[in-house]
Design a protein around this ligand. Structure first.
Ligand SMILES: [Zn+2]
Length: 120
């Protein structure tokens, strides 16, 4: 999961396709990934992860800035293990939860959220 986030940041589209279960691609291709959108990724926050046999689930928020505005992809991703390798299958999106104004910023600056990324 972290390696897939890194692959998004580094734009390793072939890796993302290779770790996406073929039965769940729904026509997704390297070319489509290349087309974007390509937000400026800030950080990955993993809220929860669990594994049961060959099934895994990760609940995360991947924070990014788009036109100076902070937002996140908040998703519960499902993974399936086949022949020892994990594949992404599908994800359920939910509304990202922004930090409180006085919480430390998600970008890791050490500043308060209101004094950092919240200001756009
Ligand atoms: Zn920040």
């Amino acid at each position: 999961m972290r390696s897939r986030y890194s692959a998004f940041v580094l734009r390793l589209w072939d890796y993302l396709i290779a770790t996406h279960h073929p039965d769940y691609l729904n026509g997704l291709t390297t070319e489509l990934l290349q087309q974007g959108p390509h937000p400026a990724w800030l950080t990955l926050e993993v809220h929860e992860s669990s594994m049961q046999g060959d099934r895994g689930e990760v609940f995360f928020s991947a924070w990014y800035k788009d036109s100076g505005k902070l937002d996140a992809i908040c998703e519960r991703s499902a993974f399936l293990r086949e022949n020892g390798a994990w594949f992404y299958t599908e994800g359920r999106h939910s509304k990202p939860k922004l930090p409180g104004r006085n919480d430390s910023c998600i970008c890791g600056s050490g500043k308060k959220f209101k004094q950092c990324c919240q200001r756009g």
